[in-house]
Design a protein around this ligand. Structure first.
Ligand SMILES: Cc1cc2nc3c(=O)[nH]c(=O)nc-3n(C[C@H](O)[C@H](O)[C@H](O)COP(=O)(O)OP(=O)(O)OC[C@H]3O[C@@H](n4cnc5c(N)ncnc54)[C@H](O)[C@@H]3O)c2cc1C
Ligand code: FES
Length: 266
């Protein structure tokens, strides 16, 4: 884990509230794995009385790191207004990412801003020769909230989309598409990776459990420290004997095996 001050080299608004920023940091880029994250803090003008905020690695190429974020509050608003050339403090790579071992067919599911960690995961799977067997399912409220589809099609992945209002692709939840993709023969190398809102993750966990398919979920909790010191990010998990434990999303996660996670309905 490194703490570095970096200069913003790009800041692009890609939809009404979605922004993509880029900076360079060799040490962090070399160590980053898909599904891991950074704690980010704006230094110019410096955030006063505000903690760093967690963001997933969206794309990592050479020394370059890109983040994708949605403006939801004060921190993300401030980040969206940060000018190219300004300084950020970044701490990372943090947390446990997705595994890419023993994958013969990958299905990536992103709901809303849950798309953020998937381009990096898709390019890592491609490097391991999995692109020909990769399907990406993206869900959004409406067509204008969909983004980054090219980053998957450029890798040769099949991309299917779903929108709540039917303005692009299937009308309805993206998990409807997952249900279709899981039909047919199962094999042990098939893996579903998902990131998105909790109701979506809950459905993904149920569908994969019913089909006996390996599944890894990236979960979000509010984080104060990001490094395991404060317990603000604890989530309930279940071990193989049915015992219930608390684990820190920032250190034991944010990626968990679906079978481990306890959702509100469990
Ligand atoms: C491991 C991890 C990776 C993340 N990666 C990304 C990413 O790549 N792109 C992205 O846009 N966002 C990501 N997030 C969420 C992002 O950190 C929050 O949106 C951000 O911290 C909000 O800061 P804010 O000051 O703008 O909003 P605040 O003013 O702090 O909050 C605004 C609203 O957002 C909700 N919120 C804030 N933080 C979280 C959180 N962690 N989980 C759920 N709801 C939250 C609050 O409850 C509130 O309703 C990630 C979160 C985690 C834990
Ligand atoms: S955010 Fe402090 S322990 Fe996870």
């Amino acid at each position: 884990m490194y703490c570095r001050h970096v200069k913003l080299v790009s800041n692009e608004r890609i939809s009404e509230t979605y922004y993509r920023i880029g900076f360079e940091c060799r040490e962090i880029a070399e160590k980053a794995r898909p599904g891991q994250f950074l704690m980010v803090r704006v230094l110019e003008p410096a955030w006063e009385h505000m903690l760093s905020r967690p963001f997933s690695f969206c794309e990592v190429s050479g020394d370059r790191i890109e983040l994708l974020f949605n403006v939801v509050g004060k921190g993300t608003r401030s980040l969206s207004e940060t000018r190219v050339g300004s300084s950020l403090e970044v701490i990372g790579p943090l947390g446990k990412g997705f595994s890419s071992e023993d994958v013969s067919r990958a299905i990536l599911v992103g709901g809303g801003m849950g798309i953020a960690p998937l381009p990096f995961l898709a390019s890592e799977l491609t490097k391991r020769g999995r692109a020909a067997m990769m399907t990406v399912l993206l869900g959004a409220r409406t067509a204008s909230s969909l983004c980054l589809q090219d980053s998957f099609t450029d890798l040769g992945a099949e991309v299917r989309v779903a929108t709540d209002d039917g303005t692009a692709g299937h009308r309805g939840p993206v998990t409807d598409l997952l249900g279709e993709s899981l039909k047919g023969a199962s094999d042990s190398g098939r893996v579903v990776y998902a990131c998105g809102p909790e109701p979506m993750l809950r459905t993904v966990a149920r569908l994969t459990r019913e089909r006996g398919v390996r599944c890894e979920l990236s979960v979000e909790e509010r984080m104060a420290c990001g490094v395991g010191a404060c317990m603000s990010c604890a989530c309930e998990t279940r071990d193989e004997h049915g015992g219930v434990h608390y684990q820190r999303v920032c250190t034991e996660g944010p990626v968990f095996n679906a079978a481990e996670l306890l959702f509100d309905e469990d």
